[in-house]
Write a protein that binds this ligand. Sequence first.
Ligand code: UTP
Length: 409
Amino acid sequence: MGYQEAYELLEKYGQTHLLKYYDELTEEQRRELLNQISELDFDLLKLLGNQQEEAEKGVITPLDDAVSIKEIEENRERYTQIGTDAIRQGKVGAILLAGGMGTRLGSDKPKGMYNIGETKDVYIFEMLINNLMDVVNATGAWVPLYIMTSEKNDLDTRQFFKDMDYFGYNPEFVDFFVQEMAPAATFDGKIFLEEKHRVATSPNGNGGWFISFEKAGLAAKAKANGVEYLNIFAVDNVCQRIADPCFVGAMIDGNYRSASKVVSKTAPEEKVGVLCLEDGKPSIVEYYELTEEMRYQKDDAGELAYRYGVILNYLFNMEDLEKNLENNMAVHIVKKKIQHVNEAGEVVKPETENGFKFETLVLDMVHMMDNCLAYEVVREKEFAPIKNKTGVDSVDSAKELLKLNGVTL
Ligand code: UTP
């Protein structure tokens, strides 16, 4: 795209300020900027006027498809056998969502490269691979692992896996793919320049993974290799079980189209998204979307009716993902601190939120499925997310839990 074409495009959307410093740029910087402009999704900006619409939910009711810890224990052997068979037949793949910026942790490297070791090096990626190796060792089969990165961390992530010899995983069973980016804008809908020659963009949320997976040709590859189920998981939960045969078996045994690992809420007020039904279809509702009455509502057994908190570990059926590919995912508009070039041409890293980012969320995919099995796990064994350095959901709290589970750090 040349300057004139870019100018006309930007004029249409009221964004010509992105070319303000064009004259000062080197040839290469100009090319970079024009290239970025040609790839921007301006339609996202239209959403800024419709934020009210986004918040509207259907009728929420409690979920009735769940297996409790007790039921899982009673059926563990059977579920595990079914899941093990599926893994041995190559039907299960795992998707690591590692495209996030990890801003709360505040490391400039990919979050998975964070070292949580004390007496030796223990990287987050390493913990995840170790957990997956447990399944490989138990089943005798390699689980295809697909790692989603973003433009910002792709090279570092790939290089790190190479340098670390894939932590003992078989590289033939590892593929990387890069997620898309979305622009960041002021509260008035003006796209920010992050530097004079670069538009402020960030990964477009963890909900776009299937589209990027598909674009990279990996959905076709997985299908050709016989993969039927995909286990989606976050980079930051170092205790989680990946491609867990018992989880896979429970979903197959119950003929479910999707499944989610859940933990029971510790209290009605706990701020966690819960799995429930929305207009009769599975859905994840945020803490603040539950009414006061719903938060405290009890079921016939006297337990909280909305008690299943999600931990970002889902199983989806590939067929359903493909079927829903054309359905647009909801775009969430999130307030964030966004680095930008100010009026004086200086790069500013703001202390407070100064604009919007646009994100799709994997939890919205659950609502596209006909049903979803809530599979309850023991929080202390399987949920240690690392979002912050200290405090709640932090490096400190995760280390504590890992030690309790017998991991040497
Ligand atoms: P989070 O929202 O907790 O991760 O996403 P984040 O965005 O990296 O963290 P902060 O908010 O900046 O501190 C949960 C999971 O989704 C992935 C993350 O890498 C993490 O595994 N994710 C998030 C993506 O893969 N892409 C995204 O665009 C956003």
